[in-house]
Structure formats: structure tokens, C-alpha cells
Write a protein that binds this ligand. Structure first.
Ligand code: SF4
Length: 167
């Protein structure tokens, strides 16, 4: 399946209740041949407004930190496990995550990244596919809020950047 077709399915999806309170489906974005995929939990308010992933404060912080270590956001495919915003930004329920999983599985199969970076514990439901290295790092929103986590996040991004440059 082509990514554009998948995106259309996501925009029109009603497989769980989340579409009802959302303005836009947020499939994710990035090059088809990305070697690295970043996965978060689900879109926030800014992402819901625009239909684009990780463009709010946490997303900007992530992009800035990656840039500092020589990693261009344009080279990364960035998405979330769940493709619609949740009411009051609550965590998606289990049945919502389950309903949405086929989309990220298809995205992984289309893009075939070498590395999948899980942003925080919230991305833990990301399906594990053979032949892909999974790396969990602190979520940028936590890194922004807590100094210690911010320091650790920076180290994790530095390590990740080195890994990406070697790939
Ligand atoms: S969150 Fe996922 S499963 Fe639920 S309506 Fe949106 S695209 Fe469909």
C-alpha cells in the first residue's frame, strides 16, 4: 500500500471514538526512505489543529535538540501510535490503541526503518518487528520540564545521533 492511501484511510477512520473529538487525523510525516522513525503516543492540541506531528513545544524542542547534534528532522519519519487527539489530552484507552495499531504496523512495513525511537513510556505499545532496532528515550515534554531528565535526554540524543551517523 502507498503511504498516501494509508493517510487517506487515517483521515476518514472511525474505528474508535477518538475521531469524533478531533479536528484532524495526524498520520505522521517524513521521507519514505527514512532510516529512522520516531514514535510518540498520540497528537496533542497543536498537532490536532494542523494535522502535523510534533509541531508543538515538545516537538520544537525535539527538533532543536536533534539539530544541535547534526540530525535533520526532515530525514526522520515521525508519527504516533494513535493518530487522533484525545479529549482533554488524556491517554488513549487500550481499545483505542488496539484499533489504531494496524496503521503504524503498515507505516513500519512501508518505510522499513533501521531504527525506531520510542518517545517515552507512552510509546511502549509500538509493535516490534524483526530486523529493526528499538531505542527508548525520554519524552521531550518530560525533558523540558525536569532538569535531570533534560540532561539525560541530551545524552540519549547525542548517542542516537552517533548511531544514526554511523548507519
Ligand atoms: S485514533 Fe486511530 S483507530 Fe481511532 S479513529 Fe483515529 S485513526 Fe481510527
Amino acid at each position: 500500500m502507498a503511504l498516501d492511501d494509508l493517510n487517506l484511510q487515517i483521515y476518514g477512520c472511525k474505528k474508535c471514538r477518538l475521531w469524533q473529538g478531533a479536528k484532524h487525523g495526524v498520520p505522521g510525516e517524513g521521507p519514505l526512505n527514512a532510516k529512522v522513525m520516531f514514535v510518540g503516543q498520540n497528537p496533542g492540541a497543536d498537532e490536532d489543529e494542523t494535522g502535523r506531528p510534533f509541531i508543538g513545544r515538545a516537538g520544537k524542542f525535539l527538533t532543536k535538540t536533534l539539530t544541535e547534534y547534526g540530525v535533520k528532522r526532515e530525514d526522520i519519519f515521525i508519527t504516533n501510535i494513535v493518530k487522533h487527539f484525545s479529549p482533554k489530552n488524556r491517554q488513549p484507552f487500550e481499545d483505542e490503541v488496539r484499533a489504531c495499531l494496524p496503521y503504524i504496523i503498515t507505516q513500519i512495513k512501508i518505510i522499513k526503518p533501521d531504527i525506531i525511537v520510542l518517545l517515552g513510556a507512552s510509546a511502549k505499545e509500538t509493535p516490534r518487528l524483526d530486523g529493526i532496532e528499538y531505542i527508548q528515550i525520554i519524552h521531550p515534554s518530560a525533558a523540558m520540564r525536569f532538569t535531570k531528565m533534560g540532561e539525560k535526554f541530551r545524552i540519549q540524543i547525542a548517542d542516537l545521533a552517533q548511531r544514526i551517523h554511523q548507519a
